[in-house]
Design a protein around this ligand. Structure first.
Ligand code: ZN
Length: 525
Protein backbone atom coordinates (compact mmCIF):
# COMPACT_ATOMS: atom_id res chain seq x y z
CA UNK A 1 0.00 0.00 0.00
CA UNK A 2 1.35 3.38 -0.98
CA UNK A 3 0.06 6.87 -0.13
CA UNK A 4 1.04 10.21 -1.60
CA UNK A 5 0.32 13.75 -0.47
CA UNK A 6 0.85 16.78 -2.66
CA UNK A 7 -0.16 20.41 -2.44
CA UNK A 8 -0.81 20.96 -6.13
CA UNK A 9 -1.44 24.72 -5.89
CA UNK A 10 -4.43 24.57 -8.21
CA UNK A 11 -6.03 21.64 -9.97
CA UNK A 12 -4.70 23.03 -13.24
CA UNK A 13 -1.38 21.46 -12.33
CA UNK A 14 -3.16 18.39 -13.72
CA UNK A 15 -4.44 20.16 -16.80
CA UNK A 16 -2.56 18.09 -19.32
CA UNK A 17 -3.62 14.69 -18.12
CA UNK A 18 -4.84 13.94 -14.65
CA UNK A 19 -4.90 10.19 -15.16
CA UNK A 20 -1.35 10.16 -16.43
CA UNK A 21 -0.26 12.21 -13.45
CA UNK A 22 -2.05 10.06 -10.93
CA UNK A 23 -0.71 6.90 -12.59
CA UNK A 24 2.79 8.33 -12.55
CA UNK A 25 2.56 9.08 -8.85
CA UNK A 26 2.05 5.35 -8.60
CA UNK A 27 0.13 5.21 -5.32
CA UNK A 28 -3.07 3.60 -4.10
CA UNK A 29 -4.25 6.73 -2.33
CA UNK A 30 -3.30 10.18 -3.60
CA UNK A 31 -4.22 13.14 -1.43
CA UNK A 32 -3.98 16.61 -2.93
CA UNK A 33 -4.42 20.01 -1.34
CA UNK A 34 -5.16 23.49 -2.65
CA UNK A 35 -7.28 22.28 -5.55
CA UNK A 36 -8.73 25.81 -5.59
CA UNK A 37 -11.89 24.49 -7.22
CA UNK A 38 -15.41 24.95 -6.00
CA UNK A 39 -18.08 22.50 -6.95
CA UNK A 40 -19.49 24.62 -9.74
CA UNK A 41 -16.06 24.73 -11.35
CA UNK A 42 -15.26 21.04 -10.99
CA UNK A 43 -15.20 19.44 -14.42
CA UNK A 44 -15.87 15.84 -15.14
CA UNK A 45 -12.39 15.07 -16.39
CA UNK A 46 -10.99 16.08 -13.00
CA UNK A 47 -13.72 14.59 -10.89
CA UNK A 48 -14.15 11.21 -12.51
CA UNK A 49 -10.88 9.58 -13.49
CA UNK A 50 -10.83 6.13 -15.02
CA UNK A 51 -9.42 3.61 -12.57
CA UNK A 52 -9.90 5.85 -9.52
CA UNK A 53 -12.67 7.00 -7.21
CA UNK A 54 -12.35 10.48 -5.79
CA UNK A 55 -13.58 12.53 -2.84
CA UNK A 56 -13.57 16.32 -2.77
CA UNK A 57 -14.07 19.00 -0.18
CA UNK A 58 -14.69 22.52 -1.43
CA UNK A 59 -14.45 25.89 0.22
CA UNK A 60 -17.96 27.12 0.86
CA UNK A 61 -16.87 30.71 1.06
CA UNK A 62 -14.28 32.12 -1.28
CA UNK A 63 -13.99 30.67 -4.73
CA UNK A 64 -10.57 29.69 -6.05
CA UNK A 65 -9.42 29.05 -2.53
CA UNK A 66 -8.27 26.03 -0.55
CA UNK A 67 -9.96 22.68 -1.27
CA UNK A 68 -8.66 19.13 -0.92
CA UNK A 69 -9.27 15.90 -2.81
CA UNK A 70 -8.43 12.25 -2.28
CA UNK A 71 -8.07 9.93 -5.27
CA UNK A 72 -8.20 6.21 -4.53
CA UNK A 73 -7.35 3.52 -7.03
CA UNK A 74 -10.32 1.26 -7.63
CA UNK A 75 -8.26 -1.42 -5.90
CA UNK A 76 -8.19 0.91 -2.86
CA UNK A 77 -11.86 1.92 -2.79
CA UNK A 78 -12.67 3.00 0.77
CA UNK A 79 -15.67 1.71 2.69
CA UNK A 80 -16.41 5.10 4.21
CA UNK A 81 -15.62 8.69 3.28
CA UNK A 82 -16.57 12.09 4.56
CA UNK A 83 -15.80 15.74 4.19
CA UNK A 84 -14.53 17.91 7.04
CA UNK A 85 -13.36 17.14 10.56
CA UNK A 86 -16.39 18.07 12.65
CA UNK A 87 -19.11 15.84 11.24
CA UNK A 88 -21.27 18.89 10.55
CA UNK A 89 -20.97 18.41 6.80
CA UNK A 90 -22.01 14.81 7.00
CA UNK A 91 -25.59 14.07 6.15
CA UNK A 92 -25.11 11.00 4.07
CA UNK A 93 -24.67 7.31 4.51
CA UNK A 94 -21.19 5.87 4.36
CA UNK A 95 -19.70 8.50 6.66
CA UNK A 96 -16.67 7.70 8.79
CA UNK A 97 -18.03 8.84 12.18
CA UNK A 98 -16.18 8.95 15.48
CA UNK A 99 -15.79 12.67 16.03
CA UNK A 100 -14.12 13.05 19.41
CA UNK A 101 -14.82 15.74 21.95
CA UNK A 102 -15.66 19.23 20.81
CA UNK A 103 -16.33 20.78 24.19
CA UNK A 104 -13.67 23.44 23.73
CA UNK A 105 -15.27 24.74 20.53
CA UNK A 106 -18.44 26.75 20.06
CA UNK A 107 -20.87 25.62 17.37
CA UNK A 108 -19.95 28.62 15.30
CA UNK A 109 -16.24 27.85 15.56
CA UNK A 110 -16.84 24.30 14.44
CA UNK A 111 -18.84 25.49 11.49
CA UNK A 112 -16.13 27.92 10.42
CA UNK A 113 -13.37 25.35 10.82
CA UNK A 114 -15.07 23.10 8.27
CA UNK A 115 -16.16 25.87 5.95
CA UNK A 116 -13.01 26.15 3.85
CA UNK A 117 -12.74 22.70 2.31
CA UNK A 118 -9.70 21.62 4.31
CA UNK A 119 -10.27 17.96 5.07
CA UNK A 120 -11.38 14.72 3.45
CA UNK A 121 -11.37 11.47 5.40
CA UNK A 122 -11.43 8.04 3.80
CA UNK A 123 -11.50 4.75 5.62
CA UNK A 124 -9.99 1.64 4.15
CA UNK A 125 -9.65 -2.04 4.94
CA UNK A 126 -6.18 -3.49 4.88
CA UNK A 127 -4.74 -6.94 5.23
CA UNK A 128 -1.83 -6.97 7.70
CA UNK A 129 -0.41 -10.49 7.65
CA UNK A 130 -3.29 -12.58 9.03
CA UNK A 131 -5.35 -9.70 10.31
CA UNK A 132 -7.83 -7.43 8.54
CA UNK A 133 -7.97 -3.98 10.06
CA UNK A 134 -9.11 -0.48 9.16
CA UNK A 135 -6.90 2.45 8.26
CA UNK A 136 -8.33 5.97 8.34
CA UNK A 137 -6.66 8.45 5.99
CA UNK A 138 -7.15 12.10 6.98
CA UNK A 139 -6.20 14.42 4.12
CA UNK A 140 -5.77 17.96 5.43
CA UNK A 141 -4.82 21.38 4.25
CA UNK A 142 -4.10 23.20 7.49
CA UNK A 143 -4.69 26.95 7.53
CA UNK A 144 -1.91 29.43 7.37
CA UNK A 145 -1.47 32.15 9.94
CA UNK A 146 -1.49 35.39 8.04
CA UNK A 147 0.73 37.66 10.12
CA UNK A 148 -1.56 40.55 9.29
CA UNK A 149 -4.65 38.77 10.53
CA UNK A 150 -4.16 37.74 14.15
CA UNK A 151 -7.51 35.94 14.21
CA UNK A 152 -6.14 33.48 11.65
CA UNK A 153 -3.42 32.44 14.08
CA UNK A 154 -6.14 31.39 16.45
CA UNK A 155 -8.01 29.71 13.61
CA UNK A 156 -4.94 27.72 12.63
CA UNK A 157 -4.40 26.47 16.17
CA UNK A 158 -8.06 25.58 16.52
CA UNK A 159 -7.83 23.60 13.30
CA UNK A 160 -4.82 21.73 14.68
CA UNK A 161 -6.68 20.90 17.88
CA UNK A 162 -9.74 19.76 15.98
CA UNK A 163 -7.57 17.60 13.75
CA UNK A 164 -5.87 16.09 16.76
CA UNK A 165 -9.20 15.42 18.50
CA UNK A 166 -10.53 13.63 15.44
CA UNK A 167 -7.37 11.65 14.70
CA UNK A 168 -6.99 10.51 18.30
CA UNK A 169 -10.67 9.61 18.54
CA UNK A 170 -10.38 7.38 15.48
CA UNK A 171 -7.27 5.81 16.92
CA UNK A 172 -8.93 5.20 20.25
CA UNK A 173 -11.82 3.61 18.44
CA UNK A 174 -9.48 0.98 17.04
CA UNK A 175 -8.62 2.21 13.55
CA UNK A 176 -5.09 2.87 12.45
CA UNK A 177 -4.73 6.48 11.38
CA UNK A 178 -2.70 8.32 8.76
CA UNK A 179 -2.81 12.13 8.79
CA UNK A 180 -1.25 13.63 5.72
CA UNK A 181 -1.19 16.89 3.86
CA UNK A 182 0.08 20.44 3.93
CA UNK A 183 0.40 21.19 7.63
CA UNK A 184 1.84 24.64 7.08
CA UNK A 185 4.38 24.48 9.89
CA UNK A 186 7.96 23.28 9.66
CA UNK A 187 8.59 21.18 12.73
CA UNK A 188 12.25 21.33 13.66
CA UNK A 189 15.15 23.58 12.70
CA UNK A 190 16.31 20.80 10.36
CA UNK A 191 13.04 21.23 8.45
CA UNK A 192 13.74 24.88 7.72
CA UNK A 193 16.28 26.49 5.40
CA UNK A 194 17.14 29.26 7.81
CA UNK A 195 15.93 28.57 11.34
CA UNK A 196 18.41 30.95 12.89
CA UNK A 197 16.65 33.80 11.16
CA UNK A 198 13.52 33.16 13.16
CA UNK A 199 13.01 34.62 16.57
CA UNK A 200 11.88 32.07 19.11
CA UNK A 201 11.70 29.26 16.60
CA UNK A 202 10.65 26.78 19.25
CA UNK A 203 8.01 29.07 20.71
CA UNK A 204 5.90 29.09 17.57
CA UNK A 205 2.50 27.73 18.65
CA UNK A 206 2.28 25.55 15.54
CA UNK A 207 5.60 23.89 16.43
CA UNK A 208 4.45 23.42 19.99
CA UNK A 209 1.33 21.75 18.71
CA UNK A 210 3.40 19.46 16.49
CA UNK A 211 5.47 18.55 19.55
CA UNK A 212 2.32 17.51 21.35
CA UNK A 213 0.87 15.67 18.37
CA UNK A 214 4.02 13.79 17.42
CA UNK A 215 5.93 11.35 19.50
CA UNK A 216 9.59 11.94 19.94
CA UNK A 217 11.78 9.16 21.16
CA UNK A 218 14.45 11.70 21.97
CA UNK A 219 12.32 13.79 24.29
CA UNK A 220 11.66 12.26 27.65
CA UNK A 221 8.34 13.11 29.30
CA UNK A 222 8.44 16.39 31.21
CA UNK A 223 6.05 18.93 32.65
CA UNK A 224 5.62 20.36 29.19
CA UNK A 225 5.19 16.98 27.60
CA UNK A 226 3.54 14.75 30.17
CA UNK A 227 3.05 12.14 27.51
CA UNK A 228 4.55 11.98 24.09
CA UNK A 229 2.27 12.29 21.10
CA UNK A 230 0.52 9.45 19.36
CA UNK A 231 1.80 10.06 15.83
CA UNK A 232 5.06 9.72 13.95
CA UNK A 233 6.46 11.92 11.19
CA UNK A 234 7.19 9.05 8.81
CA UNK A 235 9.75 10.95 6.76
CA UNK A 236 11.84 11.68 9.86
CA UNK A 237 11.28 8.14 11.06
CA UNK A 238 13.22 6.89 8.05
CA UNK A 239 15.54 9.88 7.60
CA UNK A 240 16.20 11.27 11.07
CA UNK A 241 19.16 13.43 10.10
CA UNK A 242 18.71 14.27 6.44
CA UNK A 243 19.16 17.99 5.84
CA UNK A 244 17.91 20.10 2.96
CA UNK A 245 14.82 17.92 2.72
CA UNK A 246 12.21 20.50 1.85
CA UNK A 247 8.77 20.24 0.29
CA UNK A 248 7.88 23.87 -0.32
CA UNK A 249 9.68 26.80 -1.89
CA UNK A 250 8.62 30.33 -2.71
CA UNK A 251 7.95 30.68 -6.43
CA UNK A 252 8.02 34.42 -6.09
CA UNK A 253 11.68 34.40 -5.21
CA UNK A 254 12.73 31.39 -7.26
CA UNK A 255 13.93 29.76 -4.05
CA UNK A 256 13.61 26.25 -5.41
CA UNK A 257 16.73 26.74 -7.47
CA UNK A 258 18.72 27.32 -4.30
CA UNK A 259 16.68 24.81 -2.27
CA UNK A 260 15.76 27.58 0.14
CA UNK A 261 12.62 25.99 1.45
CA UNK A 262 10.76 24.37 4.29
CA UNK A 263 9.33 20.93 5.00
CA UNK A 264 5.68 21.53 5.77
CA UNK A 265 4.07 18.60 3.92
CA UNK A 266 3.94 15.42 5.95
CA UNK A 267 2.67 11.89 6.26
CA UNK A 268 1.98 11.24 9.93
CA UNK A 269 1.03 7.74 11.06
CA UNK A 270 0.06 6.50 14.47
CA UNK A 271 3.02 5.06 16.34
CA UNK A 272 2.05 1.49 15.85
CA UNK A 273 1.23 1.75 12.17
CA UNK A 274 4.46 3.64 11.54
CA UNK A 275 6.61 1.11 13.32
CA UNK A 276 4.85 -2.08 12.22
CA UNK A 277 3.65 -1.33 8.71
CA UNK A 278 5.58 1.54 7.16
CA UNK A 279 8.54 0.34 5.13
CA UNK A 280 9.64 3.63 3.54
CA UNK A 281 8.77 7.29 3.16
CA UNK A 282 10.35 10.10 1.21
CA UNK A 283 9.88 13.43 -0.47
CA UNK A 284 9.91 13.93 -4.25
CA UNK A 285 11.64 17.29 -4.80
CA UNK A 286 12.26 16.35 -8.43
CA UNK A 287 8.56 16.68 -9.26
CA UNK A 288 7.74 20.17 -10.39
CA UNK A 289 4.42 21.70 -11.32
CA UNK A 290 3.57 23.20 -7.96
CA UNK A 291 5.39 25.23 -5.36
CA UNK A 292 5.23 22.10 -3.19
CA UNK A 293 6.56 18.67 -4.05
CA UNK A 294 4.83 15.35 -3.38
CA UNK A 295 5.64 13.16 -0.39
CA UNK A 296 5.09 9.40 -0.36
CA UNK A 297 4.89 6.63 2.19
CA UNK A 298 4.86 2.90 1.61
CA UNK A 299 3.28 0.28 3.87
CA UNK A 300 3.72 -3.44 4.17
CA UNK A 301 -0.02 -4.17 4.38
CA UNK A 302 -2.22 -4.43 1.30
CA UNK A 303 -5.55 -2.77 0.64
CA UNK A 304 -8.85 -4.61 0.37
CA UNK A 305 -11.22 -2.61 -1.83
CA UNK A 306 -14.84 -2.04 -0.98
CA UNK A 307 -17.20 -3.27 -3.67
CA UNK A 308 -18.45 0.24 -4.45
CA UNK A 309 -17.42 3.75 -3.48
CA UNK A 310 -19.17 5.40 -0.49
CA UNK A 311 -21.71 8.16 -1.13
CA UNK A 312 -19.27 11.07 -1.01
CA UNK A 313 -17.57 9.87 -4.20
CA UNK A 314 -17.66 12.41 -7.03
CA UNK A 315 -18.98 9.81 -9.44
CA UNK A 316 -22.34 10.12 -7.64
CA UNK A 317 -22.54 13.90 -8.02
CA UNK A 318 -25.69 14.44 -10.10
CA UNK A 319 -23.78 16.38 -12.71
CA UNK A 320 -21.48 13.41 -13.36
CA UNK A 321 -23.60 10.43 -12.39
CA UNK A 322 -24.31 8.04 -15.19
CA UNK A 323 -21.80 9.62 -17.50
CA UNK A 324 -19.08 7.21 -16.65
CA UNK A 325 -20.04 4.79 -19.38
CA UNK A 326 -20.45 7.43 -22.03
CA UNK A 327 -18.31 6.66 -24.99
CA UNK A 328 -17.61 10.34 -25.51
CA UNK A 329 -15.59 10.43 -22.36
CA UNK A 330 -13.07 8.11 -23.84
CA UNK A 331 -12.90 9.96 -27.09
CA UNK A 332 -12.21 13.39 -25.72
CA UNK A 333 -8.67 14.24 -26.55
CA UNK A 334 -6.78 17.07 -24.97
CA UNK A 335 -4.71 18.49 -27.73
CA UNK A 336 -1.55 20.30 -26.86
CA UNK A 337 -2.88 23.57 -28.17
CA UNK A 338 -5.76 23.77 -25.78
CA UNK A 339 -3.45 22.75 -23.00
CA UNK A 340 -1.14 25.55 -23.74
CA UNK A 341 -3.75 28.21 -24.12
CA UNK A 342 -5.38 27.08 -20.93
CA UNK A 343 -2.11 27.28 -19.13
CA UNK A 344 -1.82 30.90 -20.06
CA UNK A 345 -4.73 31.70 -17.79
CA UNK A 346 -3.55 33.35 -14.65
CA UNK A 347 -3.37 31.00 -11.73
CA UNK A 348 -4.05 32.79 -8.52
CA UNK A 349 -0.97 32.82 -6.38
CA UNK A 350 -0.70 30.26 -3.67
CA UNK A 351 -2.67 31.29 -0.65
CA UNK A 352 0.19 30.16 1.47
CA UNK A 353 2.67 32.66 0.18
CA UNK A 354 2.44 34.75 3.29
CA UNK A 355 2.79 31.72 5.48
CA UNK A 356 5.90 30.70 3.68
CA UNK A 357 7.30 34.10 4.32
CA UNK A 358 6.45 33.66 7.91
CA UNK A 359 8.23 30.36 7.91
CA UNK A 360 11.04 31.83 5.93
CA UNK A 361 11.16 34.86 8.09
CA UNK A 362 13.57 37.20 6.44
CA UNK A 363 12.73 40.34 8.27
CA UNK A 364 16.20 41.58 7.88
CA UNK A 365 17.07 42.99 11.22
CA UNK A 366 18.95 39.87 12.15
CA UNK A 367 20.46 38.92 8.86
CA UNK A 368 24.20 38.87 8.88
CA UNK A 369 26.66 37.21 6.61
CA UNK A 370 27.71 33.89 7.96
CA UNK A 371 30.43 32.62 5.75
CA UNK A 372 30.74 29.32 7.56
CA UNK A 373 27.29 28.30 6.43
CA UNK A 374 28.12 28.54 2.75
CA UNK A 375 29.53 25.08 2.71
CA UNK A 376 26.70 23.83 4.78
CA UNK A 377 24.18 25.20 2.33
CA UNK A 378 25.74 23.68 -0.71
CA UNK A 379 26.11 20.41 1.11
CA UNK A 380 22.43 20.55 1.97
CA UNK A 381 21.41 20.94 -1.62
CA UNK A 382 23.63 18.10 -2.65
CA UNK A 383 22.21 15.83 0.00
CA UNK A 384 18.70 16.50 -1.14
CA UNK A 385 19.59 15.87 -4.73
CA UNK A 386 21.44 12.66 -4.35
CA UNK A 387 19.03 11.15 -1.91
CA UNK A 388 15.97 11.69 -4.03
CA UNK A 389 14.88 9.07 -6.46
CA UNK A 390 13.87 10.75 -9.65
CA UNK A 391 10.98 9.14 -11.41
CA UNK A 392 11.68 9.78 -15.02
CA UNK A 393 8.13 9.09 -16.04
CA UNK A 394 6.65 11.59 -13.71
CA UNK A 395 9.12 14.31 -14.48
CA UNK A 396 8.01 14.31 -18.06
CA UNK A 397 4.60 15.62 -17.05
CA UNK A 398 5.82 18.73 -15.41
CA UNK A 399 7.70 21.47 -17.02
CA UNK A 400 9.04 23.90 -14.50
CA UNK A 401 6.51 26.66 -14.47
CA UNK A 402 8.16 28.74 -11.83
CA UNK A 403 9.99 30.87 -14.31
CA UNK A 404 6.85 31.52 -16.24
CA UNK A 405 4.81 32.20 -13.18
CA UNK A 406 7.24 34.84 -12.15
CA UNK A 407 6.86 36.79 -15.32
CA UNK A 408 3.46 35.98 -16.64
CA UNK A 409 0.64 36.48 -14.31
CA UNK A 410 -0.20 39.75 -12.77
CA UNK A 411 -2.86 38.11 -10.69
CA UNK A 412 -0.52 35.57 -9.33
CA UNK A 413 1.50 38.19 -7.60
CA UNK A 414 -1.05 40.82 -6.88
CA UNK A 415 -1.73 39.62 -3.40
CA UNK A 416 1.81 38.67 -2.62
CA UNK A 417 3.67 41.13 -0.54
CA UNK A 418 7.39 40.71 -0.90
CA UNK A 419 8.64 41.13 2.57
CA UNK A 420 10.95 38.24 1.96
CA UNK A 421 12.75 40.23 -0.66
CA UNK A 422 16.18 41.31 0.23
CA UNK A 423 15.16 44.94 0.20
CA UNK A 424 15.33 45.17 3.98
CA UNK A 425 18.95 44.21 3.97
CA UNK A 426 20.21 46.69 1.52
CA UNK A 427 20.58 49.78 3.57
CA UNK A 428 24.01 50.35 2.12
CA UNK A 429 22.52 50.40 -1.36
CA UNK A 430 19.75 52.66 -0.30
CA UNK A 431 21.57 55.79 0.65
CA UNK A 432 20.49 57.38 -2.61
CA UNK A 433 16.91 56.22 -2.39
CA UNK A 434 14.35 58.63 -1.18
CA UNK A 435 12.57 56.18 1.05
CA UNK A 436 13.21 52.75 2.36
CA UNK A 437 9.82 51.07 2.27
CA UNK A 438 10.70 48.49 4.81
CA UNK A 439 11.90 50.80 7.51
CA UNK A 440 8.53 52.43 7.26
CA UNK A 441 6.99 49.13 8.04
CA UNK A 442 5.23 49.05 4.74
CA UNK A 443 4.48 45.77 3.11
CA UNK A 444 5.33 45.78 -0.50
CA UNK A 445 3.50 43.88 -3.11
CA UNK A 446 5.27 43.43 -6.32
CA UNK A 447 4.87 42.31 -9.82
CA UNK A 448 7.99 40.77 -11.16
CA UNK A 449 8.71 41.93 -14.59
CA UNK A 450 11.01 39.85 -16.59
CA UNK A 451 13.25 42.46 -18.02
CA UNK A 452 14.62 39.96 -20.48
CA UNK A 453 11.34 40.49 -22.23
CA UNK A 454 9.36 37.25 -22.28
CA UNK A 455 6.71 37.71 -24.94
CA UNK A 456 3.28 38.37 -23.58
CA UNK A 457 4.36 38.24 -20.02
CA UNK A 458 5.78 41.66 -19.75
CA UNK A 459 3.89 43.16 -22.68
CA UNK A 460 1.11 44.63 -20.59
CA UNK A 461 3.60 45.94 -18.18
CA UNK A 462 5.80 47.65 -20.68
CA UNK A 463 2.74 49.10 -22.30
CA UNK A 464 1.93 50.70 -19.01
CA UNK A 465 5.29 52.30 -18.80
CA UNK A 466 5.00 55.42 -20.88
CA UNK A 467 8.60 55.92 -21.68
CA UNK A 468 9.65 52.37 -22.21
CA UNK A 469 11.76 50.29 -19.92
CA UNK A 470 14.17 52.16 -17.73
CA UNK A 471 17.78 51.06 -18.10
CA UNK A 472 18.61 48.15 -15.85
CA UNK A 473 21.44 48.58 -13.42
CA UNK A 474 23.74 45.70 -12.60
CA UNK A 475 23.62 44.31 -9.11
CA UNK A 476 26.73 45.00 -7.09
CA UNK A 477 27.65 41.48 -6.06
CA UNK A 478 27.08 39.54 -9.26
CA UNK A 479 27.34 42.39 -11.73
CA UNK A 480 24.27 41.02 -13.49
CA UNK A 481 21.29 42.92 -14.89
CA UNK A 482 18.58 43.42 -12.26
CA UNK A 483 14.88 42.68 -12.52
CA UNK A 484 12.33 45.44 -12.30
CA UNK A 485 9.48 45.19 -9.83
CA UNK A 486 6.50 47.36 -9.08
CA UNK A 487 4.93 48.11 -5.73
CA UNK A 488 1.37 46.83 -5.98
CA UNK A 489 0.23 47.27 -2.44
CA UNK A 490 -1.81 50.36 -1.71
CA UNK A 491 0.22 52.94 0.13
CA UNK A 492 2.47 55.87 -0.53
CA UNK A 493 4.71 53.81 -2.79
CA UNK A 494 2.05 52.12 -4.90
CA UNK A 495 3.07 52.04 -8.54
CA UNK A 496 6.68 52.82 -7.82
CA UNK A 497 9.25 50.63 -9.42
CA UNK A 498 12.49 49.29 -8.13
CA UNK A 499 15.33 47.02 -9.14
CA UNK A 500 16.55 43.96 -7.30
CA UNK A 501 19.08 41.27 -8.09
CA UNK A 502 17.64 38.85 -10.65
CA UNK A 503 18.90 35.72 -8.93
CA UNK A 504 16.64 33.39 -6.91
CA UNK A 505 16.25 33.92 -3.22
CA UNK A 506 18.52 31.83 -1.08
CA UNK A 507 20.44 31.68 2.10
CA UNK A 508 22.09 34.96 3.04
CA UNK A 509 25.50 33.37 2.83
CA UNK A 510 24.94 31.56 -0.45
CA UNK A 511 26.89 33.48 -3.08
CA UNK A 512 24.79 31.90 -5.84
CA UNK A 513 21.58 33.35 -4.40
CA UNK A 514 20.11 36.81 -4.74
CA UNK A 515 22.29 39.57 -3.40
CA UNK A 516 20.78 42.45 -1.51
CA UNK A 517 20.95 45.01 -4.28
CA UNK A 518 17.97 47.36 -4.22
CA UNK A 519 17.32 50.58 -6.08
CA UNK A 520 14.23 52.66 -6.74
CA UNK A 521 13.50 53.74 -10.27
CA UNK A 522 13.44 57.50 -10.37
CA UNK A 523 9.91 58.77 -10.54
CA UNK A 524 10.69 61.34 -13.20
CA UNK A 525 11.87 58.86 -15.78
ZN1 ZN B 1 23.15 40.00 -7.47
Amino acid sequence: MKVVTWNINGIRTFRCGIKKTLDALDADIICVQETKVTRDLLDERTAVVDGYNSYFSFSRGRSGYSGVATYCKDSATPFAAEEGLTGLLTNHAGAVGCYGHHSEFTDEELQLLDNEGRAVITQHRVQCSEKIQSVTVINVYCPRADPEKPERKQFKLQFYKLLQARAEAMLKNGSSVIVLGDVNTSHRPIDHCDPNEIDDFEDNPGRKWLNSFLSDDNVSPSADFPHSGKFVDTFRFFHPTRTGAFTCWSTLTGARRTNYGTRIDYIFADNRLAKEQFVAADIMPEVEGSDHCPVWGSLRCSLLPNSKPPSLATCYLPEFAGKQQKLSRFLVKVDQKSCRSESKGALPGSQEEAERRENINVTGTKRIMRTESVNQTSKKSKTAKTSSKPQGNLLAFFKPKNEKALGSSENSLKSSPIRDERAPHVSSELHNATEDPTTQGEHLSAQTCNARGDKGASFGFWKSVLHGPPPRPACKVHGEPCVLRTVKKDGPNVGRQFFVCARPQGHAANPEARCNFFAWVDRGK
